[in-house]
Design a protein around this ligand. Sequence first.
Ligand code: GLA
Length: 774
Amino acid sequence: MIKFEKSSFVISTKDLNYIFRVLPTGQLEHLYFGNKLVDQNYEAFQSKITAGSGSTIDYVEGENTVALDLMTLEYSGIGKGDYRISPIEIKMPDGTFVNDFVYDSYQILDGVIESKDLPISRANDQKVKSLVIKLIDRKFKIELKMIYTTFFNSNVIARRIIISNNDDKEIVIRKIMSMMIDFPESDYDLITFDGGWIKESHKTKRPLSIGTYINDSVTGNSSNRHNPGIILAKKDAHKDYGVCVGINLVYSGNHYEAVQISNHGLMRVMNGINPHCFEWPLKKGESFETPESVMSYSNQGFNTLSQSFHEFINTHVTPRQFQNVSRPIVLNSWEAFFFDFNQRKLEALAKKASKLGVELFVLDDGWFGSRNDDHQSLGDYDVNKKKLPGGLNGLSDHIHKMGMKFGLWFEPEMVNPKSKLYESHPEYAVKIEGRTPTLGRNQLVLDLCNQEVREYIFEQIKEVLDHARVDFVKWDMNRHMTDMYSSSVGNQGMFFHRYILGLYEILNKITKEYPNLMIETCSSGGNRFDLGMLYYSPQIWASDNTDPIERLKIQEGLSYLYPQSSISAHVSLAPHAQTLRKTPLSTRFNVASFGILGYELDLKYISPIEKKEIKKQIELYKTYRDVFQYGTYYRFNPKDEHQKVWQVSLGNTHILGNFQTLSDASPNLETLKLKNLESDETYEIESIGQSMSISRFGHLISHALPIKINPYGSIMRLISKYKQLDNATESFVASGEALKHGFRLKQQFMGTGYNDQTRILGDYGSQIYIAKKI
Ligand code: GLA
């Protein structure tokens, strides 16, 4: 799976090869990343430089066949003729920025090479191998270890760098990318996942042309602005066709991805820690490790690429004890009560939730100190006895007696200036002497660079977890960083990275001490949705936005890089708090079910008929939970911009979700297709019965009723609480080939009449179909 032959390194996964060679001048030339090759002759991929080009610099005088600027390299440096964007910038012992790293030796090892303090994808099977290549600078005793790991079964290759200074003088690293790769062609689109609070991970596609494009974060976390995962796709690539390369970073801090098209049409790609405000001094004998970069390739379009990443994350990133483990259905108290609750209200909500089949009750913000709004008490995790006279233990026991698990919200990395913690330890907060610290959501960031602060946080959480039965923690982080300074770091260029190392240290300690505690991380929703967090927490709260129409964009964006088992998704009330959009309960569930299902609403405001519907939804989700959470996931090319179609498949069960964000007048007759079925087998397919509120029809209902009543009056409101209209269902048997070819749907409502066989989707309508092999 990793070989060295004829000066070339060949790294293989199940379906892919990654190949580079050692040039006679010592650089590593990138040759190939693509589908597995049968031949072992790689000459086809070597640079064919014959006479240089104009102002190009020759690496070796008199020869014009090694011009670094024109070659596809595995890594590069500064000052030797490669003028493209450099992956590394170091102040060398002689004060210059010139470095010249060349090949020295290699080693092939089983498994992964563990890191001292960073999350590194887990080996978990015998087929994981690593290659360590040592490069040394031609002048100074500085070495770069380039580590390549092949995750054979997942079609993923990981890369990272360890740099060591063995020179007597200190060096200062100003930029060090985890990986760099040059592609010989540049006819690619760059796809990134961008946004902000309540609009995370929206997919953006842009054509590339000569110049440099940067995707990054400078907020202190991986951010909701630009996810660290990117995709480079050939122009003709789509869901199931074409070449695409996906690259992501196992890191939760400031990240940086650069894509550059050179003046000779080569494409350079790199990712790693953002060099913004970064400086890392290395004394003699010291080393620095970059986070791990992971990449995959598909020539069958985006679905295959995503499936590789999903498999990889479920097997090599997710904490072992939660791999392939069914994730519980949650009721979260936040949108139900915000800060305004007491034990009685919580228990009443929990009782209703347990009757509906909910498995985990999560008490969100507001349970400690005097936190009745978001101005105080972060940092003081002593329970508010006024709200919870029975303490956390009392509440947790009560919840457990109802047959549910108990979860608790923390925001451990933060402090409010109005808190006991800040009064006694103002020095624990990140701020600069002589400057007024800038608040975000009325809070300051705790200085995780400081060992004492890290211990304090650990002890506080431990104190709570040791005195109440807590099965689940929602670990929140609700602000971007400002006033970056820590007295614990000598060079403030180390601040951002040291913070993240501090965070990983705490998470390591907590997960070791409480291995069965499930952690869901959150950062105002998806402000830290990255592989670094997924290494500790199997799932992440994807967005504070639970409007299903917005979630279609958010969850679909995330699905390119992350599996459904990592995407936490809740059903909330309509009209929605952030968009005021009124969506059917069925669609809220249908979207959330393609992730980790939960509910986040006050069940007091749910009518008896809606309660019945929620009960049915939960039963359905439990029946097909493994398919929803761990099934192979497919996106379809939609018929237009107002449709999304997703499928999940596991074993003999295939679930299709058809979502319509806007209805057309007199819409086209429709067909849906399924993927991944066996052509010669027979399948039973049916749509899930779902009903609609009578109020959906407004005044139109008066045409259908035998008696005249005010469609907006109290009688109609009362009827709607107990009676809903059934929507048309479909149920038939067909061969796998027929369903792959496309099955025709019952006509959609066209304004000419309604009967119980007419499908009513309208704006925001959706339908789930389940196909089972018989
Ligand atoms: C953030 C989270 C929410 C909720 C609140 C509580 O906004 O994203 O889910 O936990 O904090 O303050």
